[in-house]
Design a protein around this ligand. Structure first.
Ligand SMILES: C[S@@+](CC[C@H](N)C(=O)[O-])C[C@H]1O[C@@H](n2cnc3c(N)ncnc32)[C@H](O)[C@@H]1O
Length: 417
């Protein structure tokens, strides 16, 4: 909803800091707060294609150069000399915490205006986690949470033994979780081996790459955003997230705290199949063949893509005795990797996959049409879903759509065989 276009006044000190540090924001752009997006960048007048939108010098970014310039050496050196325990994201989180907790530190103005709360899945309560139903996001969220806790315990035990700064009680687990959340939702990759938080550039909200009107230019000394098309007065300026690969909705929710309403090409379901049971027929030959073909039991199912590896698994699993020799010869030729072994085998493999995925789909607690109905009623304001529930339903709905699409495809191919 773009209805509350209030220019934010709690950014006065931050804007002064930006001016002092040479960060440029085109005066035709305002930072405003929108209900559905948080802070957002809006054009207050027409911006022409090619105009500079923002310019951020490299030395104000929380990346390698900036850190060397602005984080005191005694803090930096203990992080650098404990790299076995403190990875690069964890190190960035410690610098964020340090900057927030120390009023005189270089990035204090910047860290003070970062969001205090997140809607990412690591902040879900138990009931919300259950609403994810079968989604693997539940598992990824739980393992991210236990990773944060493990890292916090190791890192702060070490740091507090090396420097009194880290004995301060304010270096809490919650603050570490906050700092990591800031990084996951806002940090930039600036080159293959450098990246970090970039003040101002992290105020742009996300849109699919094709719809963005921003052309970034990452130079050695600065990051510049140009308008790649005219931007109308009142229009929000978006950038794509995950420029190198399309991020699926589940990853979006885990890292950024929202899911798009529309399905994303990056959406994935991770399917882990059970090991063959001991009474599987011709088990040794099938295991050998799968190993030879490098097929493991983990599959990424994506929208609009036939999962070729899963099909191979199903073909091998459904081989009959009289097809074993044929299959061995078939797979000796690499060109046959994605081709059916025999018409019978193909039909059986497709039926097996259709049944398997149908059972999987049925194990979610709600159906696809239940979820679609909830989303529709929410849109029509007949019910009010919480922000988290809305995102959760988008995730499980998206997964069910992928499963349904695959089942339909397998059935259709089988019918035409
Ligand atoms: C890089 S920041 C963008 C600035 C942010 N809105 C703020 O208030 O500081 C990324 C965060 O903005 C929000 N956001 C970005 N794009 C969004 C979108 N398309 N829909 C909803 N929220 C979005 C999410 O909370 C996300 O974690």
């Amino acid at each position: 909803m773009n209805d509350s276009t209030n220019v934010i006044d709690d950014l006065v000190t931050f804007k002064q800091w930006m001016d002092d540090e040479g960060i440029y924001l085109n005066p035709s752009l305002d930072i405003v707060k929108l209900e559905d997006y948080g802070r957002s960048i809006i054009a207050n007048t027409l911006i022409k294609e090619g105009d500079v939108l923002i310019r951020v010098p490299r030395n104000v970014m929380m990346s390698r150069t900036g850190i060397e310039l602005h984080i005191p050496k005694e803090i930096r050196s203990i992080i650098d000399s404990n790299r076995d325990d403190i990875g690069s994201t964890d190190g960035q989180a410690v610098y964020l915490m340090y900057s927030l907790l120390n009023k005189d530190s270089y990035w204090h103005q910047y860290t003070s205006i970062l969001p205090k709360q997140f809607t990412t899945s690591i902040y879900f309560d138990q009931d919300e986690m259950k609403e994810l139903q079968l989604s693997k996001l539940r598992y990824f969220t739980e393992s991210r949470l236990s990773g944060i806790e493990r890292h916090y315990n190791v890192i702060f035990k070490k740091l507090s033994s090396l420097n009194d700064e880290f004995k301060k009680k304010e270096y809490t687990f919650e603050l570490f979780k906050w700092a990591l959340s800031c990084i996951w939702s806002r940090a930039f990759s600036l080159s293959s081996d450098d990246g970090g938080m970039v003040p101002l550039a992290d105020m742009f909200n996300a849109i699919e790459k094709a719809k963005s009107k921003v052309r970034p230019d990452s130079r050695a000394d600065q990051l510049i955003y140009y308008a790649s098309k005219d931007i109308e007065r009142g229009e929000q300026v978006f950038t794509p997230y995950g420029v190198y690969k399309t991020i699926g909705n589940a990853q979006m929710l885990m890292d950024y705290g929202f899911a798009f309403d529309d399905p994303s090409e990056g959406d994935t379901i991770q399917l882990t199949l059970d090991n063959f049971s001991d009474d599987e027929l011709y088990i040794d030959t099938k295991i050998d063949l799968l190993e030879q073909l490098d097929i493991v039991r983990e599959f990424n199912l994506k929208r609009n893509q036939l999962p070729q590896e899963l099909l191979i698994y199903a073909r091998v699993k459904n081989l009959k005795e009289n097809e074993l020799q044929l299959a061995k010869e078939h797979y000796r030729n690499d060109d046959n990797r994605n081709k059916p072994v025999s018409r019978r085998n193909e039909k059986t493999a497709l039926r097996y996959l259709s049944n398997y995925l149908s059972r999987y789909l049925d194990s979610y607690e709600t159906t696809l049409s239940d979820d679609l109905e909830l989303l529709e009623k929410n849109k029509e304001k007949k019910i009010t879903l919480s922000y988290n529930m809305l995102n959760i339903i988008r995730i499980r709905k998206g997964e069910k759509e992928i499963l349904k699409q695959l089942i339909d495809s397998f059935d259709k191919i089988r019918e035409h065989l």
